[in-house]
Design a protein around this ligand. Sequence first.
Ligand code: SF4
Length: 159
Amino acid sequence: MIRIGVSACLIGAPVRYDGRAATLEDKLLDTWKAEGRLMAVCPEVLGGLPTPRPSAERLGNRVVTQSGEDQTDAFVAGAERAVRALRSAGIKAVILKSKSPSCGLGRIYDGSFEGRLTDGDGLFALAAKAEGLAVFRDDQIQAASQWLTDFNQSMEEIG
Ligand code: SF4
């Protein structure tokens, strides 16, 4: 069975900065979860950050908390560990929680801590793309499903 990575908070893990989940209500995701198709990763937890923790945002190449603490090293380490975990499990695609300084894809909070978004990716999304993983936002589950269909088909053709 082809497996897919997913930001852990999207499937109910209470690992967000505020100690809560960000569970995504989606039938396909539920089906994949029930099939055991999903591998949950939280790069911030893998980076050694506690839960709950201060919220953080990307500010240029750094990741900082609202009080100005630089947490870039933990975010980079977590992103690398999360990608390595997916790679080790043979996973080639990941569904990412939007806007996060780790998992955000395309649009992320802009470092002002005022709820404003800017173009850009979280550090885990960047690392996943650099590793050649297929990446999908949490509003792109249908696209992930299509990727799965295409990937299955290509495996059958090869096999
Ligand atoms: Fe969710 Fe990603 Fe934030 Fe972890 S780092 S809580 S998986 S958005």
